[in-house]
Design a protein around this ligand. Structure first.
Ligand code: PLP
Length: 429
């Protein structure tokens, strides 16, 4: 007690260290009833398969350096690619929004929560992406859920790339539409699925076909052949939705995303993304025509039936968009791609056409991937073992991400640690 002032050690009391032991052991409290016993059984199953996940508390801001109760870790796990999450200008924008608009939004946007910061954000987003309009959601996950289920119903057909994000898979299932999966980044297989869909359409004229892919894939870091996909969806009269979650801010002359880089934005009916990765804040968005946005305001249930996000998040994202479009955004991107080139050349990795900030090292076995991540953590580096269901069984990997916030020295330290630990020989997808 005493002075009444907190010391950092009091606020974050040192817990029993779990760092030196295998981190995957569950706390063994005997189950007290059948429900707890069943959960216990299921959790044990996850442990045995190397699929158990747990939260690790971080006592500092999101940045290249993370403070845990035990140590400081060099963070190679974040999607904060441009290093904006802890940027002073975003923090200041959030503070000003709190002062002017309060902490909470009070209600759904349609009731009385459509505060000015959301409208400013949507105007900025539309102008940034070069679309007529934009609509924001509380997350990228709910943006996918709301927009896909609004567009497609049980008479319709959804055709998804095999590796699309879980939010797209969940939305597709929830929509009740018939689903077809095309082989990853394979236009020939997409065409097969489109041919099938066209036959279905011949029977039921009201059937609509929506193709959905990512531009940069979240766990493999590779890029979709958007030009070929657009040519095909046009040929078969389908519509296209592209999730630019990992490309926004990183590609294209104006850093709009991979669609801009390839010059194909006009060919995409729905462009979605998140405000929580390169844009350093939180929330999700869909960009497209004014009619699309009007329709989603009326039909996207995750938008309608959910309290608006906090205004601070919208203000921070608006500031991030301004930074991304400025000379500072160009500098941050240049710095990020210098680090990516450094990492690839240090580890002798080949250079793809569109190198990205997601650098997976495929380990395969789940337990081995966990052990590799554990050894890296012991050496002071955070890079997660990505396992099923984030990726296929037997395709577990270390997912390393680089950001503009990393120094060349830090990337060099990571490469040296990967070599020392014998983790540099794993292949890329
Ligand atoms: C992270 C991610 C999302 C979800 O966005 P959130 O804002 O984190 O909910 C959607 N799609 C892809 C490809 C993602 O990687």
């Amino acid at each position: 007690m005493g002075s009444g002032r907190y010391h950092s050690d009091d606020r974050f009391p040192r817990r029993r260290s779990f760092c030196s032991q295998t981190p995957e052991q569950p706390a063994k409290i005997p189950p007290v009833n059948p429900f707890e016993a069943e959960l216990d059984r299921r959790l044990s199953g996850l442990h045995q398969e190397g699929l158990y996940r747990q939260l690790r508390r971080i006592n500092s801001a999101q940045s290249p350096h993370l403070q845990t109760a035990e140590s400081t870790l060099l963070n190679f796990a974040s999607n904060d690619y441009l290093g904006l999450a802890n940027h002073p200008a975003l923090k200041l924008a959030a503070i000003h929004a709190v002062e002017s608009f309060g902490a909470g939004s009070g209600a759904s946007r349609l009731l009385c929560g459509s505060l000015a910061p959301f409208h400013q954000l949507e105007e900025s987003l539309a102008s940034f992406k070069g679309t007529e309009a934009a609509l924001t959601f509380s997350s990228g996950y709910t943006a996918a859920l709301g927009s896909i289920t609004a567009i497609a119903g049980k008479n319709d057909i959804l055709i998804l790339d095999k590796l699309v994000h879980a939010c797209i898979v969940d939305a597709a299932r929830l929509s009740g539409a018939r689903l077809r999966i095309f082989a990853h980044n394979d236009p020939a297989d997409l065409e097969h699925k489109l041919q099938w869909a066209q036959q279905q359409q011949a029977r039921t004229a009201s059937t609509r076909i929506l193709v959905i892919t990512e531009s940069v894939f979240s766990m493999d870091g590779d890029t979709a052949p958007l030009r070929e996909i657009i040519a095909l969806k046009d040929k078969y009269g389908a519509w296209l939705m592209v999730d630019e979650a990992h490309a926004t801010g990183l590609y294209g002359e104006r850093r709009r995303g991979l669609a801009e880089e390839l010059g194909v934005s006009e060919g995409i009916e729905l462009q979605m993304g998140t405000l929580g990765k390169s844009l350093g804040a939180g929330g999700g968005f869909v960009c497209g025509s004014r009619r699309l946005v009007d329709f989603l305001v009326n039909r996207a249930r995750s938008f309608i039936f959910s309290t608006a996000p906090v205004p601070a998040a919208a203000a921070a994202a608006t500031e991030a968009i301004a930074i991304v479009q400025s000379g500072q955004g160009a500098d941050l991107r240049r710095r990020l791609f210098e680090r990516i080139a450094q990492f690839r050349s240090d580890l002798g990795l080949s250079k793809p056409v569109y190198p990205g900030a997601i650098l997976p090292l495929i380990v395969g076995d789940e337990t081995k991937a966990l052990a590799a991540a554990h050894r890296l953590r012991e050496a002071g580096f955070l890079a997660p073992a990505i396992r099923y269901p984030s990726v296929a069984r037997g395709a577990a990997r270390l997912r390393i991400t680089l950001t503009a916030g990393h120094t060349a020295t830090e990337v060099g330290q990571l490469c040296a640690a990967l070599r020392t630990l014998g983790l540099d020989g794993y292949s890329q997808p």
